[in-house]
Design a protein around this ligand. Structure first.
Ligand code: ADP
Length: 439
């Protein structure tokens, strides 16, 4: 038994003993015992009254002095309360620091609840979206930023990537918006002004497109003269090798300019709905392989294996460019005479799969994440000597993303590579039975 409880019992026992003694001396033991118990009870009531008064005072002061069980109760309560205030203070400090740091952020930050209503916003958001705390707190963010794009983004609930919107207060500015879910059903919405970045990107794209366009005409003239020179029987034997080299370099520059123009077209132009059609993939694949055979000077064995009759909804010349790049790469990065296989099939999920595999040099795993970047080459010397521009896979990536498709690469150094283009099922059209019969 603890000391305080012991002293409590000793007090009660003392009171009862005093009652018994007085009753024994003066008579009426029952009354004296009742009086002793009453004194004990009054003591507890008095302590309860002190506790109540102390709680009522807002617990600002130290607890009343007491001893025994009541002293312990006051002490415990006081300690609990101190711990609670400490924790509350720490939490308030964390919230204040969070608010101060987000308030200082140059990005517009809004805290939204599960219904996307605004709970809090920082100064940058106030300026960027013309918000006012009196008017707009509690309002849905969609009432203040009226954008179908934002509505679709919020409805989809996929917040991994940001979206770009026109600013609701200034048509000439663009904002990138990203939602970060946190806590229980709350979101931090970050608005960033990306006008300058988009302008710079557009300037870069325009510059590359204009420069490539300007280079095309002089290059055509030069190529023409060099071709004539190469065919001229009058040039001396000393000139033969330099002219062949000039011819090779001119062709390389022409492919580079053509690829740059193609890439900037893919980057700048929206997919033209008039050009979207049902593409007859089997004959496209056949054509690409025929063209590759003509270009290949190293006797590769090019095969078309497993061709499904299914068609693909897309832009034929873009698909031609992507598929041809993959076939030419397979030739470029495998030994003369090696086998290259192309196929088109519909997999068990209904996806259209165009696949090119080779037994060539393969790619080390550390290079795989980068090979679709512009001018990224694992072996620049080999790429250049084989006529590569370093832009082929960047073109493939753009074409596929315009078709809602993705590229999957499996490669083993020294063993070979397989490049797979995976098209979503809703773009694949199984060929109707009567067309199949006619075919
Ligand atoms: P390039 O014109 O240099 O071929 P690409 O963009 O088409 O440029 O390809 C980028 C790089 O990826 C190539 O330089 C090469 O190193 C690697 N690569 C592409 N296809 C293959 C392949 N089938 N086998 C091995 N490496 C490949």
């Amino acid at each position: 038994m603890s000391k305080v409880w012991f002293s409590e019992f000793v007090l009660l026992a003392g009171l009862l003993a005093a009652g018994l003694l007085l009753g024994g001396l003066l008579g009426a033991v029952g009354w004296w015992l009742a009086l002793a118990l009453l004194i004990g009870l009054l003591r507890h009531l008095w302590q309860l009254a002190r506790l109540e008064k102390w709680l009522d005072s807002g617990r600002q002061r130290n607890p009343p002095e007491s001893w025994g069980v009541w002293g312990e109760v006051f002490e415990h309560y006081f300690r609990l309360q101190k711990r609670y205030y400490k924790r509350k203070k720490r939490l308030a400090r964390v919230i204040r620091e969070f608010r101060e740091s987000t308030a200082a952020m140059p990005d517009g930050s809004l805290v939204l609840d599960g219904e996307f209503s605004i709970l809090w916003f920082n100064d940058a958001a106030e300026g960027m979206l013309h918000l006012s705390s009196k008017r707009d707190l509690g309002q849905s963010v969609l009432n203040l930023v009226r954008s179908p794009r934002l509505a679709a983004y919020l409805a989809a609930g996929e917040f991994d990537q940001p979206i770009v919107l026109r600013s609701p207060v200034d048509e000439t500015r663009s904002l990138s918006v990203r939602l970060i879910p946190y806590g229980s059903n709350q979101y931090l919405a970050l608005f960033r002004d990306v006008t300058r970045m988009l302008r710079l990107q557009a300037m870069r794209r325009d510059f590359v497109a204009n420069a490539s366009h300007e280079l095309r005409s002089p290059l055509t003239v030069l190529s023409g003269y060099i071709e004539s020179l190469a065919e001229d029987p009058g040039i001396g034997p000393d000139w033969h090798a330099p002219v062949v080299e000039m011819q090779r370099q001119c062709r390389r520059m022409s492919s580079l300019v053509a690829d740059l123009l193609e890439l900037s077209r893919l980057e700048t132009e929206e997919l033209d709905p008039d050009c979207v059609e049902r593409v007859d993939v089997p004959s496209l694949v056949e054509r690409i392989v025929q063209e590759a055979r003509l270009q290949d000077g190293d006797g590769h064995v090019l095969e078309v294996v497993s061709v499904d009759a299914a068609q693909l909804i897309g832009v034929e010349h873009e698909l031609h460019s992507a598929f041809a790049n993959l076939v030419l790469n397979a030739i470029r990065y495998s030994d003369p005479g090696a086998r290259v296989q192309a196929s088109w099939r519909v997999d068990e999920h209904g996806q259209g799969v165009f696949e090119v595999s080779d037994n060539g040099i393969g790619i080390e795993p550390e290079h795989l994440p980068f090979i679709t970047q512009r001018f990224y080459r694992v072996d620049s010397a080999r790429s250049r000597s084989k006529g590569g521009t370093g832009l082929g896979l960047a073109i493939v990536k753009h074409v596929l993303s315009r078709h809602g498709a993705r590229l999957d690469v499996a490669s083993e150094p020294g063993e070979g590579s397989t490049f797979r283009c995976l098209f979503p099922a809703d773009r694949v059209v199984a060929q109707p039975a009567e067309e199949l019969a006619r075919a």
